[in-house]
Ligand binder design. Structure first.
Ligand SMILES: *Cc1c(COP(=O)(O)O)cnc(C)c1O
Length: 638
């Protein structure tokens, strides 16, 4: 077996690029997390999974690291604090809010609110349900509550009354029509919220989330609408409430220049509105800070060409520049980073349940048979003669012979046994093509990509893409994926990953690569009787609430891992995944009734003599017991 250094392993999976200081590969070839950042203690994640398995907690498991959340909140707030200081913005505050749609889990929101207490870090909501969640999870009066999205009367009333719990509540107008309901509410209100205006900027970000920004964006007021709203509030005697402007040009904005462009446009609107006498106090620069999922540090859609610190300093510098130029005082700054705050805290571990193809067949050592067609003779010939000098040509020939043989089979001129032998030689040729192109340093060639894709195995993994990585399916996003262990062994298999749903879209076929993306993941040979685990990292943003219940696969088991001062780790929270009963209830079955009716039917089978009493007992145990089990595959060793 060939071995690699830790550094080589980290390069293969671009770890240093995407880990942002929270993950690394250990000398033992396992993946480790450093929940308190690169200087803090590390936890061997393979050890965690083995230990959970011994306690009967099976994969798929979502591991969450609350200390990573705390660290991100601190880092974000420090980055803006420093940027304000570096730019000599005396007396100007940074007021971060977490947009809870990015991860509404009670424990996550609570952890963020607690970590953010010393920073007056608040929450942003976009619905009535989120408003209630935010009020109950963040009791700090001093942090902001920002209310966005389309609102009805009940939502606006509740948002106004939230001022009883909070010093400052900001209601952001997403459409002018909201003023019809809001103006009378504000005139009567005892404690008044701040009003904000969401701007429809011309600036937009390219990529998968492009339509969140620019003229055609879903939200926000155009300039004439902004001017109308200002006049209307002036007439209603409410202009003093208009203290914030807001924009959000998209998520995962990988190019820092797009962000500063948006900030400049909003800052110009800010200074002009100030000159018109609008008492603006806050500029809210929205979310959009990107996460470097592929670790390439580029403007590619799965990457980011800036750090959190660069993000903060670019925004502050741009805002300061525009304000100084106009001689208008700087506003306080609100920011709604979501993805960048929570992505790193969660990691999914799945076990491989099967390898496809199951068998690796050696080509027939005797070559073609006398009565085989010429194409099959040619295929064997190609296999024997392929080498560095003719590899491209031979590969193209082999593809043609294989096509010819398939046609012969379709027409009834080739039998199944011969077709099987043809496929076996063809697969062996693919192996030779890949090895030769690798030796010749031709891995950039189209042929290499094609041979890899044709020859790759599938590993079937115990998870549902639709539940756990919905953005791979929905927006073709890429997440870092790598083996959890055996990372010092050279990974020699080219693999795609299939999930256990029966949907043909439930497969991961693109993987991160520093040079762009690749069609296969490098994995190790599966050993019989030994589990093989893959880690899917940076899944803490959006995946939890966008995930669905395709095939009725439910939530995975979940473990919260924390590390103490001595560097010892512990499981501080264990949440079992969905049971089959939970999923049935979700689609409006009644599991209790189902159990009763199953028992009745089994009893009738027994009473009418169709089955024995013993079989009846077994059937009851089996079917009734199944309802309370996990929706995922269970370990074969049980
Ligand atoms: C979704 C959303 C965010 C979060 O965006 P990220 O790209 O996750 O930082 C911020 N603000 C608003 C208004 C949003 O809708």
């Amino acid at each position: 077996m060939a071995y690699v250094t830790v550094r080589e392993a980290e390069e293969t999976y671009s770890v240093a690029g995407w880990a942002d200081g929270y993950y690394r590969i250990t000398g033992a070839g396992t993946l480790a997390v450093m929940p308190q950042g690169a200087d803090g203690p590390e936890v061997d994640l393979h050890e965690v999974i083995e230990s959970l398995r011994e306690q009967g907690v099976a994969t798929p498991i979502t591991l969450r690291f609350p200390q990573v959340l705390q660290h991100r909140v601190d880092r974000l707030n420090r980055a803006f604090e420093k940027a304000l200081k570096d730019n000599k913005c005396k007396g100007i505050d940074y007021r971060g809010v977490f947009p809870i749609k990015v991860n509404q889990r009670q424990e996550v929101v609570k952890t963020l609110a607690q970590a953010g207490r010393k920073w007056k870090y608040g929450l942003e909501v976009g619905s009535k349900a989120e408003l209630l969640a935010a009020i109950s999870m963040d009791p700090n009066r001093k942090s902001l509550l920002v209310v966005n999205g389309y609102k009805d009367k009940a939502f606006l009333e509740a948002a106004c009354h939230a001022t009883h719990f909070k010093d400052e509540v900001i209601i952001v107008l997403d459409e002018v029509g909201e003023l019809d309901i809001l103006a009378p509410l504000l005139q009567q209100a005892e404690r008044k919220p701040i009003l904000g205006i969401s701007l429809k900027l011309r600036s937009k970000a390219p990529g998968k989330w492009a339509l969140s920004g620019g003229e055609r964006s879903k939200f926000g007021l155009t300039i004439p609408e902004v001017l109308y709203a200002v006049e209307r509030l002036r007439e209603d005697g409410l202009l003093d409430r208009l203290q914030q402007i807001h924009f959000h040009i998209g998520s995962q904005i990988s190019d820092i220049r797009r962000i500063t462009q948006g900030v400049r446009e909003a800052a110009r609107i800010y200074v002009e509105m100030r000159k018109m006498g609008v008492p603006l106090k806050y500029v809210d620069v929205g979310g959009g800070m990107a996460v470097d999922y592929d670790g390439s540090g580029s403007t590619g859609s799965n990457s980011a060409n800036y750090s959190m610190e660069e993000y903060a300093s670019s925004i502050v510098a741009q805002l300061k520049d525009v304000c100084d130029e106009a001689g208008v005082p700087m506003p306080h700054l609100i920011n709604e980073s979501g993805r960048a705050v929570v992505s790193h805290h969660a990691l999914l571990v799945v076990d491989v349940v099967r390898r496809v193809p199951y068998l690796e067949i050696e080509p027939d050592p005797d070559g073609a048979h006398d009565d085989d067609p010429t194409s099959l003779w040619n295929l064997f010939d190609t296999y024997r003669t392929i080498g560095p000098k003719n590899v491209f040509e031979s590969f193209h020939d082999a593809i043609q012979y294989r096509e010819d043989l398939q046609s012969l089979f379709d027409l009834g001129h080739l039998n199944l046994e011969a077709l099987g032998r043809a496929e076996a030689v063809f697969r062996a040729i693919l192996g030779k093509v890949r090895d030769t192109l690798k030796d010749e340093d031709e891995t950039e060639s189209e042929e290499f990509e094609q041979a890899n894709a044709l020859g790759s195995q599938k590993l079937v993994c115990n998870f549902s893409l639709f539940q756990s990585l919905p953005d791979v399916w929905g927006v073709k996003q890429q997440f870092p994926i790598l083996p959890l262990h055996r990372l010092r062994e050279k990974p020699e298999e080219a693999t795609t990953l299939a999930d256990i749903t029966c949907d043909s879209d439930g497969e991961i076929r693109r993987f991160i690569d520093p040079e762009g993306s690749r069609a296969s993941l490098q994995t190790h040979k599966i050993r019989k009787g030994e589990p093989y685990y893959l880690a899917m990292a940076l899944v803490g943003a959006y995946q939890d609430s966008l995930g669905d219940y395709h095939n009725l696969f439910g939530e995975t088991n979940e473990a919260w891992i924390e590390v103490g001062a001595t560097g010892k780790w512990s499981v501080t929270r264990l949440t079992p995944g969905s049971k089959i009963a939970d999923m049935l209830k979700w689609v409006r079955y009644n599991p209790a009734d189902m159990k009763d009716s199953l028992k009745d039917r089994i009893k009738r089978l027994k009473d009418t003599g169709k089955i024995s009493a013993g079989t009846a007992r077994e059937l009851v145990d089996e079917f009734v017991g199944l309802i309370d089990r996990s929706t995922y595959l269970e370990p074969a060793t049980a």
